[in-house]
Write a protein that binds this ligand. Structure first.
Ligand code: ADP
Length: 445
């Protein structure tokens, strides 16, 4: 059925020989993260301004009204449930909307409101009276482009005169066509085809160029070069908005090559900690014991949702089948699934249709699931040498603590080797992990 394969296993972490699963690509991780997110990631850190135009002072706004947006657009913003700008938006939006236009490089972790910021800027820069593409947004993959387009469509729901076109795989147009839509959202390859090769639109008339997920972009062979080819044909005064979730040398080198005289803003990721987390372990003799422990835990999950991490795909599907067989509503996110299926699973879990999500270490590494209150390590995270993978443990269990919500982590230990891993984790964080009897999991709530 032509299911898109966005380079699953192409990039990402080094392969773990103990695992029967290929790692997911940065693009897919970013997509899954977007799907599962319910709202903003809050962040108490301050915005860092790394470079600014000395002639125009940087300011920030505390309300969307202060931006003097088109009323229909403002209505769209409120209809999305956005009451006030997020931290990155407070600082980014005034610059993105300023006249004369300024270039911007903005970096903050996924979920902090970057997409909403540049989509708002894109929409408010459109002149609907001009029937040609004025705004061009590059995304690394088909799915990410669609996500951005959906945000734009929602925000522009009261601005029916603004037209958007996707330049992605599957979109075909006859030679000689001249596009009339105001906004083009697409992947680099297709945009090179449409804008450079077939000239379905004039890159020389584009006044806003957005490069989204730059860090993901550079992880794909060829995307950087295609971006440069597109960039070369843009007018000199085209406003450039460059966004990235991470801030590494290669991303900044890419940015330097594309964005001249930028305002650079960053919002550093808040440190995760185990402070608000109750950590327990349950001693199990075998797989059946582990299953019993899980079933008991499932019984007490009355608030929120749980996520269960297994080391292999096989264990994950075994567990999911067994729990389903026992009448529990569980979701399984596994490497066997095509990307649309993964999206569907995470959609359902986000909407609370299942209380429990079972997954593998590989698939869920780096994906934050904020609404989860209980994390179960069916298998503890280990590295290639079978030593404790403390970083993954922290990321999975840790919170930034800002919600004051207490989390709960339960580790299943099935022998001396796993117990040793648990001790390594305890020592690493200097925090005790208490023993829990499988029979009286009630005491955890
Ligand atoms: P990023 O691009 O940094 O990953 P998004 O723009 O996708 O972040 O925003 C993350 C989530 O927060 C989305 O669900 C989005 O709808 C929501 N969101 C964005 N801006 C706001 C805001 N100002 N108020 C409330 N929710 C917001």
């Amino acid at each position: 059925n032509g299911s898109p394969k966005t380079g699953i296993g192409a990039e990402g972490e080094p392969e773990d020989k103990n695992v029967d699963e290929a790692p997911i690509s940065p693009a897919e991780r970013s997509l899954l993260q977007k799907i599962i997110r319910k709202g903003l990631v809050e962040n108490k850190n301050d915005i860092e301004v790394q470079r600014k135009d000395p002639t125009s002072p940087l300011f920030s706004i505390k309300s969307f009204e202060a931006l003097h947006l088109d009323p229909q657009l403002l209505k769209g913003v409120y209809a999305m449930g956005f009451n006030a700008p997020s931290k990155i938006q407070e600082t980014a939006l005034p610059t993105l909307l300023a006249n004369p236009a300024q270039n911007m490089i903005a970096q903050s972790q996924s979920g902090t409101g970057k997409t909403a910021a540049f989509v708002l800027a894109m929409l408010s820069r459109v002149d609907p009276k001009k029937d040609y593409p004025q705004v061009l947004c590059l995304s690394p993959t088909y799915e990410l482009a669609i996500q951005t387009g959906e945000v734009a469509a929602k925000m522009a729901q009261f601005c029916p005169e603004i037209k958007i076109r996707f330049a992605v795989r599957g979109e075909e147009i006859p030679r000689g066509t001249k596009l009339k839509e105001h906004i083009i959202i697409g992947t680099p390859g297709k945009v090179v085809d449409w804008g450079v090769k077939y000239q379905f639109f004039d890159l020389g008339k584009v006044s806003v160029f957005v490069l989204d997920e730059a860090d993901v972009m550079i992880a794909t062979q060829g995307h950087q070069d295609q971006s440069f080819r597109i960039h070369k044909l843009l007018p000199r005064n085209c406003q450039i908005m460059f966004f990235s979730a991470t801030y590494e040398h290669d991303v900044m080198d890419f940015a330097e090559g594309i964005v001249s005289n930028p305002v650079i803003i960053r919002l550093k990721r808040e440190e995760e900690s185990l402070d608000n987390i109750k950590q327990y372990y349950v001693m199990c003799r075998n797989l059946e014991d582990k299953y019993t422990a899980i079933s008991n835990i499932y019984g007490v999950v009355t608030i929120g949702q749980a996520m269960i991490f297994c080391h292999t795909r096989k264990t994950a599907s075994w567990l999911s089948e067994k729990m389903s067989g026992d009448g529990h509503a569980v979701a399984l996110l596994s490497g066997d699934l095509a990307i649309e299926q993964r999206i569907a699973v995470l959609d359902r879990f986000r909407d609370g249709k299942e209380k429990v999500l079972i997954t593998t270490n590989v698939l869920a590494r780096g994906i934050d699931v904020e609404q989860v209150t209980i994390v179960v390590n069916f298998d503890l995270p280990v590295d290639l040498a079978r030593k404790a993978d403390c970083e993954t443990y922290l990321h999975r269990i840790g919170r930034t603590g800002r919600f004051g919500k207490a989390g709960l982590a339960i580790n299943l230990v099935d022998g001396p080797e796993t117990l040793a891993v648990l001790k390594q984790i305890e020592d690493h964080f200097g925090k005790k992990i208490n023993k829990l009897d499988a029979e009286d999991v009630d005491e955890i709530e």
